[in-house]
Design a protein around this ligand. Sequence first.
Ligand SMILES: [Zn+2]
Length: 408
Amino acid sequence: MPNFVGNLTQKYSYRQYFYHQIVGGLFGIALLLELPGLPVQAQSDLSPGFPKDRPEALSESSSKNSPKASPEDYPQLCQNPDQNSSQSSSQSSDQPDLTALVHPDTGERASHWLLSTSNWIANPEIAAAQFIQELGTQIVIQANISPWPTIHQQARGARVPVIMYHDILPDKEVFFDVTVEEFKQQLESIRQAGATPISLDELMTHLETGKSLPPKPILLTFDDGYAGHYKIVYPLLQDYNYPAVFSIFTDKVEGKIVGRSRLTWAQLREMAADPLVTIAAHSITHPPDLTDLPDVQLEQEILQSKKILEEKLGIPIRYFTYPEGKYDERVTAWVKAAGYRGALTMDDSENRFSNQSKSLLAIDRFGQSGLSQALEQAWGGLQLSAWQAAFDFDAPVVKSEITLEKFP
Ligand SMILES: [Zn+2]
């Protein structure tokens, strides 16, 4: 009986035959899995089941006074806003985009090494080892992606505090006020602790994917839109180069809420244009408890507030902050329906790290008085090994031509 393998060894070694079979099989699997598109796929998969096409206007399809308003009226809006990012739109070809993979050591794009013909022919063993390692990484990541709005298991091990401030002003008026001097000291303590203030987008990516953050990450947030946020906080953030979130309820900016200072639309537009600043919706009227409101009002406070901010500021509003931290399932259903990526809450009785939050739709915060505890305990999570770190979620996807005929 003819020995198939034996015959082959006359042409080239058994080892080469083995590697070629393995590599060929793995490459086939990779194509079947559309593996090279994983970074894009991974983002999309955070909200499975949600349609990809988003209507232009959130509320055109609904009447402001519709008595039947409910989140279910907006199933087409339930999606992760990231799906609209340039990452996903840049893939227009049926060809797999291998540029999404990055070589762990050289940082080269996949098109330069994965299909490097000289490598595959001259050093099939090395090429196969690299390929298998990369394939393994992708499979592990795909297997571990948590469906939106679930927090990734790997992020559960980290401790990222989100600090909540209200007014910053020269003299304290109520207990949650912080004076300018106190605030300056707090910024200095953040710097001296070696902490790294991050943006809400960075926190979300961490919570969604488990990707580690700097050793001592912290997120600063400012609620309610006081004048001091522009006059005092914003210039200091620029000095320190610290990102921050400002949660705005629109009736205050409109001057419909009497008492205390307020930001103007012009000030907000200036801040919103700064990459350091994230503007979050914080309802229209700042009701004390959203869970008490009927659906028709929740539609206004959650969905319309987003639309007003987007129209006034000319930027997408992707986060919501619950007034007084109050929410329930019906409220979060509206937050989903409005197309927010995530939402911030708070609990007066307990400071919790964002990693312990119920979900991305209820991210916990620390009161500003908990800053020193936050700085002591903040931790960005396990730093990934070289091959994991090489997988760059933030890398822009660039289309490139690949000649598959050259593949052995
Ligand atoms: Zn508030």
